[in-house]
Design a protein around this ligand. Structure first.
Ligand SMILES: NC(=O)c1ccc[n+]([C@@H]2O[C@H](COP(=O)([O-])OP(=O)(O)OC[C@H]3O[C@@H](n4cnc5c(N)ncnc54)[C@H](O)[C@@H]3O)[C@@H](O)[C@H]2O)c1
Length: 399
């Protein structure tokens, strides 16, 4: 059993607490920190948390707790991590780990020097569908992964600080690109070095300094490409979709608007439908188990089991740092309009990845380009001569 300090009583603090209290029911949020006494008291009463405080330091140094969960705005993550590492507690920090790779690297060093457990709460790689898809990909079902595309779009975040670049570190890229990038890394392979990024970013709708839409391509050492698509301008709810393409297969995942639960109501029933839903009438896409569908359940199970078993979690502070380095390159590219290198002062993955194209042999003379059965029953083989480079086709008649 773990006794937990929960920093933050906003949207994510609530989802985290609901999950922790619902999941193994042996972990307990023991103290909650909020800036506002009133909010802290209400949150503690709602979730049966014995103590609350308006002092971040007191919450972290609470004598009873052994784990600190950080659910605070992005500009407070480093301060919270530094205090928690000093207190010698296990730390679980929400996404994005930091506002930049420099900040993330400092946080990584702080936890490693203190020797404390440090998990990165990247929930969207832990959805049951995603975990299964990653397993299939790792088992070779898709062959060599060539392209992993991940999208998160919705009409924009729910609190002021997200919209203020100084507190958040950026717009849709920092807020949601971090999810998409880490999803792609899990499919492409975390040991596969991200090399460079090309990114378009724009402020299309909102009166803010940061970008409210962006599309980026991340090139990896194997030749694979990770594509992220993020927006705070999308209308119609929250669109969470992933696609993975490999030499032998494809996976499509739809996490939110089409989950197999479609409902029409002319009158509505009043109240909340699903995160970022824009309407409670007409065609609705409710989600059976939000905590499960967003990955929070499997995420806390892995992170707390890792802590108990003395093993690294699936998502670590190091992963958070790599994601921040990729996002830094995306921001540079959006300005320079060029491919920008991913600067990783500390790279712990492979350094000898094979980047050659996935060419298939047909026989001693030819490579296989394509094989297809035509509508009239004939089959075609398209081949390339290894010596001369000429491309030929062989057609076999039906039957
Ligand atoms: N899927 C996810 O993993 C996910 C989803 C949402 C948010 N998040 C992350 O969680 C963190 C918090 O986001 P949220 O959605 O809960 O935000 P929120 O605005 O709903 O809640 C933020 C909490 O921090 C407090 N706070 C705000 N400014 C503060 C300040 N200056 N000093 C002290 N406390 C302050 C607020 O009162 C509130 O308790 C962010 O890092 C965000 O990126 C993660």
């Amino acid at each position: 059993m773990h006794k937990i300090t929960m920093l933050g009583t906003g949207l994510i603090g609530m989802f985290y607490t609901m999950t922790l209290h619902g999941l193994r029911s042996r972990d307990q949020v023991t103290v909650a920190y909020s800036r506002s006494e009133e909010r802290a008291a209400k949150f503690a009463a709602d979730w049966k948390i014995p103590r609350y405080t308006t002092s971040m330091a007191d919450a972290i140094n609470d004598p009873e707790t052994d784990v600190v969960v950080i659910g605070l705005p992005n500009h407070l993550h480093e301060e919270a991590v530094t205090l928690a590492a000093k207190a010698g507690k296990a730390i679980l920090c929400t996404k994005p780990l930091a506002r930049s790779a420099d900040e993330a690297l400092r946080m990584l060093k702080v936890v490693e020097e203190a020797g404390v457990f440090a998990g990165y709460l990247e929930d969207l790689v832990y959805t049951p569908k995603t975990l299964k898809a990653i397993k299939s990909t790792q088992a070779g079902a898709l062959g060599k992964v060539l392209w992993a595309r991940s999208r998160e779009t919705h009409p924009g975040p729910h609190s002021d600080w997200f919209w203020d670049k100084n507190q958040s570190g950026g717009g849709a890229i920092i807020d949601m690109g971090c999810h998409c990038i880490e999803i792609s890394r899990n499919f492409i392979g975390k040991a596969n070095k991200p090399l460079e990024v090309m990114c378009w970013a724009a402020t299309q709708v909102h009166p803010i300094e940061a970008e409210d839409s962006a599309v980026g391509l991340v090139k990896y050492a194997s030749g694979a490409v990770g594509q992220f698509e993020v927006s705070w301008t999308f209308r119609g709810g929250m669109d969470l979709r992933d696609e993975v393409s490999g030499t032998e297969g494809t996976i499509w995942l739809n996490h939110w608007l089409r989950t197999g639960f479609d409902m029409f109501t002319a009158v509505g029933e009043g109240g909340y439908v699903a995160e970022k839903a824009e309407t409670d009438k007409g065609w609705l896409f409710p989600v059976g188990d939000e905590n499960g569908a967003l990955g929070y359940v499997e995420m806390f199970a892995d992170q707390l089991n890792a802590l108990d078993e003395g093993r690294p979690p699936m998502e670590s502070f190091y992963d958070g740092y790599v994601v921040n380095a990729i996002m830094d390159a995306a921001y540079r590219s959006a300005t320079s309009k060029q491919w920008e290198p991913v600067i990783l002062e500390d790279w712990r993955g492979d350094t000898d990845t094979d980047s050659g194209p996935a060419i298939r042999d047909y026989d001693a003379q030819y490579y296989l380009i394509k094989e297809e059965l035509m509508p009239d029953g004939r089959s075609k083989l398209i081949l390339k001569d290894k010596q001369t480079g000429s491309v030929i086709q062989r057609v076999s008649e039906a039957g």
